[in-house]
Design a protein around this ligand. Structure first.
Ligand code: FAD
Ligand code: NAG
Ligand code: NAG
Ligand code: NAG
Ligand code: NAG
Ligand code: NAG
Ligand code: NAG
Ligand code: NAG
Length: 531
């Protein structure tokens, strides 16, 4: 070939490419993907463009936080039915430079699984939700598109003595939840969901499927707490199932200011992380108008508790450690572990278990903002009273604080064992939330929760002020939207979620995804190649 011919071909190619990249990226992506899948029946089932009526049904059939909006909706929603189709989508996304977002349960607090500020495709894993359980070996393979409710249901279907530890809301997806930790009502006994993962299958930035053995221990470490999206698309997890007794004991006990809530909360902080590992005493705080006192606010505390054992043992432990609560036998209910899942998800007693399989019921839709903190020294009485005062500055019943105790198994694992670093030294985690119904109140409520967060600064962990990755909060810092983020910029939010594990996460990222294919506003950046 003459050099002139070479040049002609080069110019021709680059014109073709640049014009298509600039204008028709999603059309080209679509052609690429359709070409790979071939079967036209299947194409119409798995590719959803804004022209298809399936598009909006699928886009909206998840937990709905109205606060989340963006300039772009996905050009395409892709609902693959098998792994090779995902490999095809990753391939096409790479060659046509169209960003992907991965959605499993869609519960991301900032919507990063389904919005973006640049054109993008959503890979939605709703068709990959099988849960296969081996009761002999006490393990399960769980596909990333399953919800934790389905996982719980499938385990209980097979055994009365096995369980798994993960969050409380049954519609949370395992794809996102397990990659960030996963805290639930048995975490003081068993740790996080991520602590109980023993193998995983993911698709890496080169489109290769890897399991624990072929990905190596560094990458396997990173995805158990460091977030999925930075490292690959998780297809499935293998977890260790946990031995539980046939009966557990639960209670929900309310107390109000008149009943010494401030003293109770103060005392709670001294015992919550130290009680028997089988006991998890979670505390919820809200405020509402008193029906009696002409508009004055009263603070309510709700003690929601799980005890992995019988009622007598529980009463004994409570009498020893927290007699001030005044718990009596009548407050307690013995039930199976799977019934306790329904109990904490606030279903009425007697609800059929298969309600746990309803993953796509949409809620009415409301505005929501959440944040988190870790507490290492009990908050003083004055400090607590300051919180009650702030409650008076927001609409009644719209704000809630959850105090989730640590200690037990959570604190018995070293900070570097997984990227989830919130171990010994933490008494409890605070989850702050505020919800509202109308857009006109957004500014007011967001300002309120930020003010509360600022107020709490002196009572919580410092240097870094730690936060829980699964309660994603973009107030903590964001990457550049174009993915060109410096290490220093990402470190600001990174050390809050991961403490010293951030640097190891950056190393793993640099090794497995140096071009930053898997990215979002809070993904781990690769280090730029040395020049
Ligand atoms: C109502 C509600 C209740 C909650 N309760 C709890 C609780 O009790 N305990 C607790 O610890 N947390 C809880 N959370 C937080 C929850 O753990 C996180 O929001 C979690 O990330 C949700 O996972 P998902 O798959 O549903 O979300 P998604 O929005 O689908 O995903 C979350 C993030 O993970 C990425 N991701 C999803 N799937 C994959 C995959 N297969 N591979 C790679 N990356 C992926 C997404 O791109 C996104 O960045 C709750 C959240 C909500 C909204
Ligand atoms: C196509 O891309 C070119 C170059 O970026 C731009 O000038 C042109 O306006 C685009 N056309 C359309 C229809 O977007
Ligand atoms: C996955 O789906 C494709 C259709 O896109 C099909 O050709 C292929 O055989 C399937 N692979 C497996 C392992 O089922
Ligand atoms: C979806 O829309 C495309 C055009 O964008 C069309 O070719 C296809 O037939 C539609 N599929 C369904 C199932 O309606
Ligand atoms: C509240 O606490 C005070 C002081 O600790 C105590 O004297 C009082 O009996 C308590 N009241 C209730 C209702 O428990
Ligand atoms: C939920 O999924 C089922 C089965 O796929 C479907 O029949 C139903 O219409 C869906 N409901 C919603 C609200 O999307
Ligand atoms: C914590 O670790 C020690 C030593 O490995 C062990 O004896 C103890 O049982 C562990 N406690 C929990 C709650 O796992
Ligand atoms: C990426 O960052 C470098 C260094 O900050 C800057 O010089 C470059 O212009 C950036 N590129 C893009 C595409 O923003």
């Amino acid at each position: 070939m003459t050099s002139l011919n070479k040049l002609t071909i080069f110019v021709f190619l680059s014109i073709c490419l640049s014009s298509s990249w600039a204008n028709n990226t999603h059309v080209d992506f679509l052609e690429c993907l359709s070409h790979k899948i071939m079967n036209s029946n299947l194409i119409s089932q798995v590719i959803h463009t804004p022209k298809n009526s399936s598009y909006s049904t699928i886009y909206n059939s998840f937990y709905d936080n109205l606060r989340i909006t963006s300039n772009f909706k996905p050009s395409i929603i892709f609902t693959p039915t098998n792994e090779s189709q995902i490999q095809a989508a990753i391939h096409c996304s790479k060659i046509h430079d169209l960003q992907i977002r991965i959605r499993s349960g869609g519960h991301d607090y900032e919507g990063l699984s389904y919005i973006s500020e640049t054109p993008f495709v959503v890979i939605d894993l709703r068709n990959l939700r099988s849960v296969s359980i081996d009761t002999e070996k006490k393990t399960a393979w769980i596909q990333a598109g399953a919800t934790i409710g389905e996982v719980y249901y499938r385990i209980a279907e097979k055994s009365k003595k096995l369980a798994f530890v993960a969050g409380v809301c049954p519609t949370v997806g395992v794809g996102g939840h397990f990659t960030g930790g996963g805290y639930g009502m048995m975490s003081r006994k068993f740790g996080t969901a991520a602590d109980n993962i023993i193998d995983a299958k993911l698709i890496d930035a080169n489109g290769r499927i890897r399991d624990r053995k072929s990905m190596g221990e560094d990458l396997f470490w990173a995805i158990r707490g460091g977030g999925g999206t930075s490292f690959g698309l998780i297809i499935s997890w293998k977890v260790k199932l946990l031995d539980i007794p046939e009966k557990v004991t639960v209670f929900k006990v309310p107390r109000t200011l008149k009943q010494n809530v401030t003293q109770l909360v103060y005392k709670w902080q001294h015992i919550a992380d130290k009680v028997d590992d089988n006991l998890l005493l979670r505390l919820f705080l809200r405020s509402s108008k008193s029906p009696f006192k002409g508009g004055q606010r009263i603070v309510h505390a709700l003690f929601k508790t799980m005890f992995v054992g019988g009622v007598n043992e529980l009463l004994h432990e409570m009498q020893n450690r927290f007699p001030e609560l005044g718990l009596v036998k009548e407050d307690c209910i013995e039930m199976s572990w799977i019934e306790s899942i329904l109990f904490f998800a606030n279903f009425p007693r007697g609800t059929a278990l298969d309600v746990l399989l309803n993953w796509n019921t949409t809620n009415q839709g409301y505005y929501f903002k959440g944040k988190s903190d870790y507490v290492q020294q009990p908050i003083s009485i004055n400090g607590l009273e300051g919180i009650w005062k702030l409650f008076n500055q927001v609409d009644e019943n719209s704000a809630e604080l959850q105090f989730s105790p640590y200690g037990g198994k959570l604190s018995n694992i070293s900070e570097s064992e997984t990227p989830f670093p919130h171990r010994a030294g933490n008494i409890f985690m605070i989850h702050y939330s505020v919800t509202w119904g109308e857009i006109k109140n957004s500014q007011k409520n967001i300002a309120w929760i930020r003010k509360l967060y600022e107020y709490m600064g002196k009572y919580v962990s410092k240097s870094p002020r730690a936060a829980y990755f699964n309660y994603r909060d973009l107030d903590l810092g964001v990457n550049n939207i174009n993915g060109n983020t410096s290490y220093e910029q990402a470190r600001i939010w990174g050390v809050k979620y991961f403490k010293n594990n951030f640097d190891r996460l950056v190393k793993v990222k640099t090794k497995f995804d140096p071009t930053n294919f898997f990215r979002n506003e809070q993904s781990i950046p690769p280090l730029s190649p040395e020049v």
